[in-house]
Design a protein around this ligand. Structure first.
Ligand SMILES: [Fe+2]
Length: 297
């Protein structure tokens, strides 16, 4: 691939000590071209929480074009927040359509640490959020690095974790304190939300690194262990994973397009925004496997 001048000028600036980076020199409003996407992917494999700032006035169709470059964009299970015209996109917002405060969106949504879609047979691999309105203080999204969480475990615990698997079910996590809104009868009838088992430690297909794959909101138990033992082990892994050293808290600016890798991070809403300030983002969740070969081409 021949690098365009814009590719050549793209630089990565770390934001947190162990997680979070900004990719500078990319302007999606000037075109979502294959070289631009390739540059983003190369940065993303090494930086699983990556933000492009000042991407002003991107519309839903551009965001869908962006998401499609990474794989299939799965509609979100919470129907009330879906974009009215484009089901691939949904809102993360503290404002109801009539302009009043959305209490769930303000104070309860996504407040437990989690990775998106771990309860699915084919979980989400990447999510992006695009900031439309940001509060002056608070409202951060917090991330933690699950590569590091795994790599820094004591060896005996790491070995033990390697051989285990977990059952995950939407909102049924062993530490879920704020479950998502209930599913509709039609959603339940699909059978897609009955829960699934995935390894406790997964290998990232692009980076080859291993990471802990748990979610306080959705991981119910470790398969084959008594409940008490499962809870205790999950607590130990979780406590290790969310240590401040591994975290990055993103303060939103309007025009931020932030993408993160669900296979090697957890995240949550940090809260703390003023009740009378808007926090509105548009979101897309990518399910299909990301294609490293294409990024490297
Ligand atoms: Fe989430």
């Amino acid at each position: 691939m021949t690098a365009t001048p814009r590719d050549a000028s793209a630089t990565i600036v770390p934001l947190g000590r162990n997680l979070g980076a900004e990719l500078r020199g990319v302007d999606l409003t000037r075109g979502i071209t294959p070289p631009v996407i390739a540059a983003i992917k190369r940065a993303f494999w090494a930086n699983p929480v990556l933000v492009l700032r000042n991407q002003r006035d991107l519309g839903p169709e551009q965001l869908i074009e962006f998401g499609n470059a990474f794989g299939y964009i799965a509609p979100h299970s919470i129907l009330q927040y879906r974009h009215p015209k484009y089901e691939q996109l949904s809102y993360v917002t503290n404002v109801k359509p009539d302009g009043s405060l959305d209490e769930y969106g303000y104070a309860k949504r996504a407040t437990d640490w989690h990775a998106d879609g771990v309860f699915k047979a084919k979980p989400d691999c990447m999510t992006f959020l695009y900031s439309i309105a940001a509060p002056s203080v608070g409202g951060h999204t917090e991330f933690t690095n699950m590569y590091l969480a795994y790599e820094t475990l004591p060896e005996d615990l790491r070995r033990r974790a390697d051989g285990l698997a977990c059952f995950h079910k939407r909102g049924k996590g062993w530490r879920c304190t704020a479950p998502p809104p209930p599913l509709t009868e039609a959603q339940k009838a699909t059978g897609e939300f009955e829960g699934n088992v995935h390894p406790l430690v997964i290998t990232h297909p692009e980076s080859g690194r291993r990471s802990l794959y748990i979610s306080a909101a959705h991981t119910s138990y470790i398969v084959g262990l008594e409940r008490k033992e499962s809870d205790a082990l999950l607590d130990r892994l979780y406590g290790h994973a969310i240590q401040p050293e591994f975290q990055y808290h993103h303060k939103w600016q309007v025009g931020d397009l932030l993408m993160w890798d669900q296979r090697c991070t957890m995240h949550r809403a940090g809260g703390g925004a003023p009740r009378d300030e808007k926090r509105i983002m548009m979101r897309g969740m990518i399910v299909a496997e990301l294609d490293a070969k294409r990024a490297a081409a």
